[in-house]
Design a protein around this ligand. Structure first.
Ligand SMILES: Cc1cc2nc3c(=O)[nH]c(=O)nc-3n(C[C@H](O)[C@H](O)[C@H](O)COP(=O)(O)OP(=O)(O)OC[C@H]3O[C@@H](n4cnc5c(N)ncnc54)[C@H](O)[C@@H]3O)c2cc1C
Ligand code: SF4
Length: 504
């Protein structure tokens, strides 16, 4: 059942088998497995619980209610770009585009070799991938239902002879309203609150909302997790209502790539390897906007409905892109009147972007409560991003766009393929300013079998504290190269089944 702050006025304690911190894809999948196995599970979530009617067109409301730090987390280093994380029951799956690619075989093999991971291969993960795909309902829409933003991109790919396809997405009757990033108002998106978490609640799990976990207590004699403390706050005033202490046999951390390492760093635990908060990757991406003569009406399109893996061998993935005007405007180059003039053509825009499997690395630190993410893009990744920007623009121009805006410091407006190709022939690295966002933060508590180099093993179990587990994107040992939610849920199912089988 969902528990809300208005139910509580004074501090209280709970005893349970497993306490899960974070109700995103990782925490949701883990709670489902453990609750279904008969374990008593309590979930604590920083954000609220929402229904489709709560999701409006108001960008400020969406950022405040559905994103950690109001969606205002930026990287520092040689690049300055936004890295967003969802919040609420459903976590990032509430606000994401529902893209549901399975883990690529080449990456799973690479991770297994690099981290010497036990029983970790495309074949051994397959049953878990299939369970996830079934549970979250993967829908491959007919091209006729994708909206013009996606079909122009498809036409451009076909003209150039590039491969691609309809993006598999976890939706049920998506009506292509272009509003995924603000929450799905029709209820079509199958975020984890609708499947894993609702099943866990059916098996007796309570989900405490607006509960911020801050303290983790370890028994010094046994070196085992014993209890944690969360503050339950009023979402309107942000004032503390009461404190909740949970005593549990096992702790599952699933607060995501910033939430989980933050808790470990602040409590000074699980970091004998020195890897907590290190190895931050985020799939940095560029964006390109094409202006067409015909109305595209992306607001009647699937946000990210078509992709091209033509360059995936090089670690570049192209995907269409659409966002409500307030967010889309940020992808138009320049400041002041220039972008405002361009935005007048909003109806005729088609957007797409290139995302890379980054090898650049970042780290987290804290200034008081505020997290700082230092991330330095290397030469290899800058070249990939430049090529990705070129390919995205090339596809839209081939599809018939009259003008292209490719956001980079040297030249951002193009009106023909020849002009575009000449420019990119001469410029193979446009520098870090071409990154627009990196919304797949990962890797900050990486997995591996060697406790000197990793935070958890491949089942998510901490090397340092044996009844502490991490089931979220922070355990990825490197970038994935595709949108990560299916892989997160796959690893969470696998890890939670292992935990259940080794429950003491
Ligand atoms: C705009 C956007 C679009 C995206 N599009 C896609 C897509 O289409 N497909 C895809 O596969 N991926 C997409 N992603 C990425 C994907 O959604 C995330 O990688 C995924 O949600 C991470 O899952 P997680 O369980 O690791 O963590 P999260 O989803 O981040 O969940 C962690 C939860 O823990 C909570 N939490 C954190 N700290 C605490 C604390 N101290 N106490 C209590 N609770 C806490 C948070 O509020 C959050 O709800 C997108 C992300 C964004 C931001
Ligand atoms: S495009 Fe609209 S209907 Fe489809 S999943 Fe996104 S928000 Fe829901």
């Amino acid at each position: 059942m969902i528990r809300r702050p208005e139910e509580f006025d004074s501090d209280f304690n709970l005893d349970t088998d497993v306490v899960v911190v974070g109700a995103g894809p990782g925490g949701g999948a883990a709670a489902y497995v453990l609750a279904s196995a008969g374990r008593k599970v309590v979930v604590l979530e920083l954000g609220g619980h929402f229904s489709p009617k709560d999701f409006t067109k108001d960008g400020i409301d969406a950022l405040t209610n559905l994103y950690q730090d109001g969606g205002q987390r930026f990287t520092l280093g040689n690049a300055f770009f936004v890295t967003m994380f969802g919040k609420g029951v459903g976590g990032g799956s509430l606000v994401n585009s529902a893209i549901s690619f399975k883990p690529p075989d080449k990456v799973v093999k690479f991770w297994a070799d690099q981290g010497n991971l036990k029983d970790f291969s495309p074949e051994s993960l397959k049953p878990f991938v299939e369970k996830v795909q079934k549970k979250i309902n993967i829908e491959i829409l007919d091209v006729s239902k994708l909206g013009r933003n996606n079909t122009v991109f498809k036409e451009g790919l076909e003209k150039l002879g590039f491969k691609g396809g309809v993006v598999p997405r976890n939706t049920l009757g998506c009506v292509a309203c272009g509003r995924c990033f603000y929450g799905c108002p029709s209820g079509a998106k199958q975020s984890v609150d609708k499947n894993f978490i609702s099943k866990a609640m059916g098996a007796g799990t309570d989900v405490y909302t607006y509960a911020r976990v801050s303290r983790i207590d370890i028994n010094e004699k046994t070196n085992q997790f014993e209890s944690l403390m969360a503050v339950i706050y009023d979402p309107k005033t942000l004032k503390t209502k009461c404190r909740l202490t949970v005593n549990a046999k096992h702790l599952v951390l699933a607060g995501g790539a910033v939430g989980t390492p933050s808790l470990l760093m602040k409590n000074k635990i699980c970091n004998s390897s020195g890897q907590v908060g290190q190895n931050f990757r985020c799939h940095p991406s560029t964006s390109v906007t094409g202006i067409f003569d015909e109305p595209i009406m992306g607001y009647r399109s699937v946000v990210q409905g078509y992709y091209s893996d033509e360059f995936f061998d090089k670690d570049i993935l192209l995907e269409t892109y659409w966002a409500p005007a307030g967010m889309f405007g940020l992808t138009i180059p320049g400041m002041g009147k220039g972008p405002v003039e361009v935005m007048k053509n909003y109806k005729n825009f088609a957007g797409c972007g290139a995302m890379i499997r980054d090898e650049s690395s970042g780290s987290l630190s804290f200034e008081g409560e505020k997290v700082q993410i230092k991330y330095v893009l290397n030469e290899r990744d800058l070249k990939l991003l430049t090529e990705g920007m070129f390919r995205s623009a090339e596809v839209l121009l081939a599809a018939g766009a009259k003008t292209i805006y490719a956001d980079n410091p040297l030249k951002s407006k193009f009106e023909s393929l020849t002009e575009l190709r000449n420019f990119f022939d001469q410029n193979k690295n446009l520098g870090p300013d071409i990154v627009r966002e990196g919304n797949h933060g990962l890797g900050t508590c990486r997995m591996g079998e060697d406790p000197r180099k990793s935070v958890v093993n491949s089942f998510g179990r901490s090397h340092d504290i044996k009844n502490l587990w991490i089931f979220d994107v922070s355990t990825f040992p490197g970038a994935l190269g595709v949108n990560p939610q299916v892989t997160i849920m796959t690893l969470a199912l696998r890890g939670a089944e292992y935990l259940d089988g080794n429950f003491h």
